[in-house]
Design a protein around this ligand. Structure first.
Ligand code: NAI
Ligand code: MG
Length: 451
């Protein structure tokens, strides 16, 4: 076995000092004009496209993502890079009607060295989302991938170098949270942290952000997202979509539709179809293109998911299919469906991050909106109904950063993404996604009264 290598504070210090040097006002990166920055990022998109097959396979080795899902994301990843690249030369300030004889304007400037801490569930997507946004804004970065998934961040960093991004602008330090992650969050020369991961660590990061200097913080954390199925829903669409919403990527999605509220008039029929759908999902080697579901990320998450399933059974939820580990090697879990779940059961309250569908019954929209909001999370929410008023009432009153109607998971780099309440701070994506990586400077020039 290879010796364990722990990259820690000393490595982070080196990376931050390289990023700081690359951010110097006279550096090659800072002197590059904004359109050229955009062109470099578009070159990066070309290279990511060129290496689609390699990156998809590497991501599958990295975290067990099924190849079909990887291929889907490789297409959207390239689009994301191009979208972000297009923002590089559209960072504009305002002119301001300040009192008196002044000419006042704002200048938007990159915030500085950014520490980007990535999760293991979507390593390529998250790298692109955070790194390319920071680069479009003109920042320099130190990236810390999750310890479970060190590979694709290195491959992408090599492609950024090949695209011509100057040395020191992008630095990757693979390491553990305590050690490499904490060194980054406590570093005085890091101006901003962007983090995706657990609420627990999100809170630590926000605390750390105020300890040494005052870091700007963007947090994208977990969820316990409610999906509502009304009596008038089209079950042919709602059943597979609800399953996709919770089983895709082994359930390791921050937006997982992990509280599925089904209205009483269709409850029994829905449950029956949902069980049938889950039973037909093919679990196995993620490299097999006919497979729907691969393994959980590691033994820790396997145990955590199985523990939640046991808790569900003990609390009295009705286990209708699944519930067990498959085989002895690889961390495979059967697609699992619980019905008759109650709001106060652990599986209805805590993020499971596994292929576990929890179905709850409700009678009225009024009632279910309150129940949907009775959580500290607020990332995503969905509803299936053909009644426009019900859809809009729900969309207006549910406390979540993303709401999906008659579908689930429709998002992309063009659209803001993030959470209410403990699901996060700030938004990623959308036209304004570079703003959290910028400072706004107001410059006022006093004009003589007469000339
Ligand atoms: P985590 O929040 O511990 O890890 C995410 C990232 O944070 C990793 O890069 C890790 O090395 C880093 N990290 C950990 N402790 C840190 C610290 N003190 N300072 C700085 N960085 C630190 O998540 P973990 O343990 O992998 O998963 C736990 C749960 O979090 C999952 O069961 C799931 O519920 C949730 N999660 C949510 C994700 C999302 O997409 N929002 C992604 C991954 C996990
Ligand atoms: Mg952790």
């Amino acid at each position: 076995m290879a010796p364990e290598i722990k990259y820690t504070k000393a490595d982070v210090d080196l990376a931050v000092s390289a990023a700081k040097a690359a951010f110097h006002r006279n550096s090659e990166w800072r002197l590059l004009d904004a359109s050229a920055r955009g062109r470099l990022l578009n070159k990066f998109a070309d290279l990511v496209q060129r290496d689609t097959k390699y990156l998809t396979e590497l991501e599958s080795y990295n975290n067990g993502m099924v190849v079909n899902l990887g291929l889907y994301f490789s297409e959207t990843n390239v689009k994301s890079i191009r979208y972000l690249a297009s923002l590089a030369d559209k960072i504009q300030g305002d002119t301001v009607p300040l009192d008196g004889d002044n000419f006042t304007f704002t200048l938007k400037q990159p915030v500085g060295v950014c520490g980007l801490i990535l999760p293991w569930n979507f390593p390529i997507l998250m790298f692109i989302n955070k790194v390319v946004t920071a680069l479009a804004a003109g920042c320099t970065v130190v990236v810390k991938p999750a310890e479970q998934t060190p590979l694709t961040a290195l491959a992408l960093a090599a492609l950024l170098k090949e695209a011509g991004v100057p040395a020191g602008v992008v630095n990757v330090v693979n390491g553990y949270g305590p050690g490499a992650g904490t060194a980054l969050t406590h570093h005085p020369d890091v101006a901003k942290i962007s983090f995706t991961g657990s609420v627990e660590v999100g809170k630590l990061i926000q605390q750390a952000a105020g300890k040494v200097n005052l870091k700007r913080v963007t947090l994208e954390l977990g969820g316990k997202s409610p999906l509502i199925i009304m009596n008038d829903a089209d079950l042919n669409v709602a059943v597979p979509t609800a399953a996709f919403g919770v089983f895709s990527h082994q359930g390791q999605m921050c937006v997982a539709a992990s509280r599925l509220y089904v209205q009483s008039g269709i409850y029994d029929k829905f449950v029956e179809k949902a069980v049938e759908f889950a039973k037909n999902r093919k679990v196995g080697n993620p490299a097999d293109t006919t497979v729907d579901q691969g393994p959980q990320i590691d033994s820790e998450m396997l145990e955590k998911v199985l523990g939640y399933i046991e808790k569900g059974k003990k609390d009295g939820a009705k286990l209708l299919t699944g519930g067990k580990r498959i085989g002895k090697s690889g961390f495979y879990v059967e697609p699992t469906v619980f019905a008759d779940v109650k709001d106060d059961m652990t599986i209805a309250k805590e993020e499971i991050f596994g292929p576990v569908q929890s179905i709850l019954k409700f009678d009225t929209l009024e009632e279910v909106i309150d129940r949907a909001n009775n959580t500290s999370y607020g990332l995503a929410a969905g509803i299936f109904t053909t009644n426009i008023n019900n859809a809009l009432q729900y969309a207006k009153h549910v406390e979540a950063g993303n709401v999906w109607v008659n579908g689930y998971g429709m998002t992309g780099q063009q659209s803001p993404f993030g959470g209410y309440k403990d699901s996060g701070v700030g938004r990623e994506g959308g036209l304004n996604c570079v703003d959290p990586y910028l400072e706004v400077k107001a410059i006022a020039i006093s004009l003589p009264k007469k000339f």
